[in-house]
Design a protein around this ligand. Structure first.
Ligand code: GLC
Length: 725
């Protein structure tokens, strides 16, 4: 009888149900396991029929699928990797800027294109699933993984996450270049106490719904295929033992995809969070709480099998988990032999010029100009530039986390397995300035100046000599991968090493000074702001970062980045995110006020934009109305430029405390010299609601402020009052 599951004319759902019927309990539990593909490969793939592997690239991908062919049912292995800003562990692939950097572009189309290019390059290497996007909210700069987020605002994160998921998954998962996206880390992972990675997030269910769930709810509405349960606990309940989180909430959103745990979450229930006395109990809890695939918990297979054979676990839950996994494999076309490892010649698209050009475009739109005392772009009389600083020529600092630069990480592919990584396609800031300088007859000298890890001022004197011979200094400061990432939280956000000493000496030369920040997340930039005549922020700008930054400095590109995250003046000043709840009596500390050094939504341009003529279509509306908001934006300069117009709203009186403003819309537009454009937003009144104390979403009657402008700063916003009856 021609089995349904072998027949692609049937739906993936029907095929998965049919295959499930003939599977043994061992085969079902095997599908629920995901292990590092480099360890005990034959045992996991052939003997246990593992469902998924991660952290392998190259030839081994083909080897693994061939091993799967030797199992009874020949179920293809689902292969996942952290391709979170390009396929950055694959040598020669296009490495884009980090999520926090690309969020500065506020450009949904470009981010969708970045994800599509990543999907193409990942799919060509026989990999089917990226553990991306990160939809965590970055609000505590002590946390090591802020750089992986889209910043501090739930709405902006939701919008950019949607673009990324669409890029990865395309119109259909069956398409050759579509891969599974994974919304992570569910939930509240960025809000743990003290910024301590994977500890406890002390957030209420109401606040989860109001803030932290929003990007994930949007991801589910967008059709994300998988969600990763976070390491952290929420109010003392680990995500992977939280059936309210994984079953009630996701069920309430009709999520039909796959919940994968983060690395060894099930083992951590026992060893770290101690909510399970042994691994058998941890495995039972893991299944019953709604985790479908267990990442890197070697004991799970035996323990789950023992539970199943003794009738101590619901077989329905195992069937549901296995069904979800199989359905995705059918949807991807894996049973039809699609998306296998391609030949090296077929992989020619990887890192191709058109992909690299997109990495440049996104990086160039992601640079934020934070200060400009008419020093940028460089004038033609500048003939000698001194590039000074530890991040001027540092590939790893430039690429950021989850790429070639991420070394000594317990979960990241060690390079003994990978072919030698070819980083020759990375253009550092120094190389970008030299490339552009040569074309303009500008000489570029360089000195590293100091380390950004250890205190060592011995090199500073030499750097100052070089700086003294130039017309202008470009300092490139920041941090690097050992100060960012998983298990790399900080108790401060100061510039490490001898960067501050270097900066003071550069200031003492009295030369014009531009500072470029290459960093994983907001750092203490007070001195940079005070000493520099111009400040450019790139976060981790990716392989084309050097060309993008150089083109902005020389004026070939007009900076258009806006901050997706606030810069605190000090680590102790936090929280400074713009939508903090009101109520602080003093509204300042003894030592410092409550204003960030640079606020959310802020960024300068070479153009000069002016806002006027804010209009609302109605002043009294009902809940199911749509409000039309329009504003005129003119460019009074002689340079065309792009402006991100931001729309905020404030529910003035509400039965729970709500922020004094929340982002509800944004549009990035190009305006020609001396041109005026009218920007229009369609704002559903239903989007002005919040979750009340009973966790119900509601829109309350009363007055609302509607605000439009160039940043979240009050002085940048034009306001109108509307009334909802
Ligand atoms: C890591 C991270 C997660 C990543 C996973 C696989 O520890 O927390 O973001 O996707 O393990 O590498």
């Amino acid at each position: 009888m021609n089995q349904i599951y072998k027949n692609p004319s049937y739906s993936s759902s029907k095929r998965a149900k049919d295959l499930l019927k003939i599977m043994t309990i061992e085969e079902k539990i095997g599908q629920m396991c995901q292990m590092d593909g480099r360890i005990d490969t034959e045992k996991w793939v052939i003997e246990r029929g593992i469902g998924s592997v991660l952290h392998v690239t190259g030839k081994m991908i083909g080897d693994i699928q061939e091993m799967a062919e030797r199992t009874r049912l020949k179920i293809p292995v689902l292969i996942g990797i952290d391709a979170i800003h390009g396929h950055a562990f694959h040598s020669g692939a296009t490495v884009f800027n980090s999520q926090l950097s690309m969020a500065c572009s506020w450009n949904k189309k470009m981010i969708e294109k970045m994800a599509r290019i990543t999907a193409i390059e990942v799919a060509l290497t026989g990999i089917h699933w990226t553990f991306s996007p990160v939809l965590c909210i970055g609000r505590d700069m002590r946390w090591g993984r802020v750089g992986e987020t889209f910043g501090e605002d739930p709405y902006l994160i939701s919008e950019l996450g949607e673009s990324m998921i669409k890029g990865y998954q395309g119109e259909s998962l069956f398409h050759d270049y579509s891969i599974l996206a994974c919304a992570k880390h569910f939930a509240g992972y960025g809000e743990t106490v003290g910024g301590r990675d994977s500890s406890d997030a002390e957030v209420s269910r109401r606040k989860l719904r109001e803030i932290f769930f929003k990007p994930f709810k949007k991801a589910v509405e967008t059709g994300v295929s998988s969600i990763m349960a976070g390491y952290n606990s929420i109010d003392g309940i680990p995500c992977s033992s939280n059936s309210w989180l994984l079953k009630d909430v996701l069920g309430g959103w009709n999520f039909e995809g796959l919940v994968v745990t983060d690395w060894n979450n099930i083992g951590n229930l026992h060893r770290l969070q101690k909510v399970a006395e042994n691994m058998k109990e941890a495995s039972r809890i893991g299944i019953e709480s709604g985790n479908h695939m267990m990442m890197s918990t070697p004991e799970f297979y035996e323990e789950a099998l023992s539970l199943a054979k003794k009738g101590e676990i619901s077989l329905d839950m195992i069937d549901d988990a296995c069904y979800r996994i199989l359905k995705l494999k059918f949807e991807l076309g894996l049973f039809e032999g699609k998306k296998n490892l391609k030949s090296i010649t077929e992989q020619s698209l990887i890192g191709c010029p058109s992909h690299v050009k997109e990495a440049y475009n996104l990086a160039a739109e992601s640079v934020v100009m934070l200060k400009n005392n008419s020093i940028l772009p460089l004038r033609d009389n500048i003939k000698k530039i001194a590039v000074i600083g530890p991040n001027a020529n540092d590939i790893q600092a430039q690429l950021g986390d989850w790429s070639f630069g991420t070394r000594e990480h317990p979960h990241i592919p060690t390079w003994d397995y990978h072919m030698d990584y070819d980083a020759s396609n990375v253009v550092t800031v120094l190389e970008g300035l030299r490339n552009r300088g040569k074309a303009k007859g500008v000489e570029v000298s360089y000195h590293k100046g100091c380390s950004l890890e250890k205190e060592d001022e011995t090199e500073i004197k030499k750097a100052i000599e070089i700086a003294g011979e130039a017309d202008i200094i470009i300092a490139v400061l920041g941090d690097t991968n050992i100060q960012n990432g998983e298990m790399r939280d900080r108790s401060d956000i100061n510039l490490r090493g001898s960067q501050t000493a270097l900066l003071k000496e550069l200031k003492n030369t009295k030369k014009p000074l531009i500072t470029v920040l290459i960093c994983g997340k907001p750092l203490d930039a007070n001195l940079i702001q005070r000493y520099s005549d111009g400040v450019l922020l790139a976060f981790n700008p990716g392989q084309e970062g050097g060309n993008a930054i150089a083109d902005i400095i020389f004026g070939y590109k007009n900076p258009s980045g806006k901050l997706p995250i606030s810069f605190p003046k000090s680590v102790g000043q936090q929280p400074v995110y713009y939508n903090v709840l009101p109520g602080w009596h003093a509204n300042r500390y003894i030592e410092v006020d409550s204003e960030p050094l640079y606020p959310f939504g802020y960024g300068l341009s070479y153009s000069k934009f002016e806002y006027s003529n804010l209009k609302v279509s109605k002043e009294v509306l009902s809940i199911d109305d749509i409000l039309t908001v329009s504003v005129s934006v003119s460019n009074s300069s002689s340079k065309k430029g792009m402006e991100t117009v931001q729309l905020y709203a404030n529910d003035i009186f509400s039965t729970v405390v709500t922020p004094c403003k929340e982002l509800k819309g944004f549009k990035k537009i190009e305006i020609l010299p001396h041109e005026m454009k009218t920007v229009t937003f369609e704002l559903p009144i239903s989007s002005l609601g919040f979750y009340n104390e009973r966790e119900e979403y509601c829109i309350e009657k009363g007055e609302f402020e509607i605000m439009v402008g160039a940043s979240s700063k009050d002085e940048d916003l034009f306001k109108k009052i509307i009334r909802v009856r």
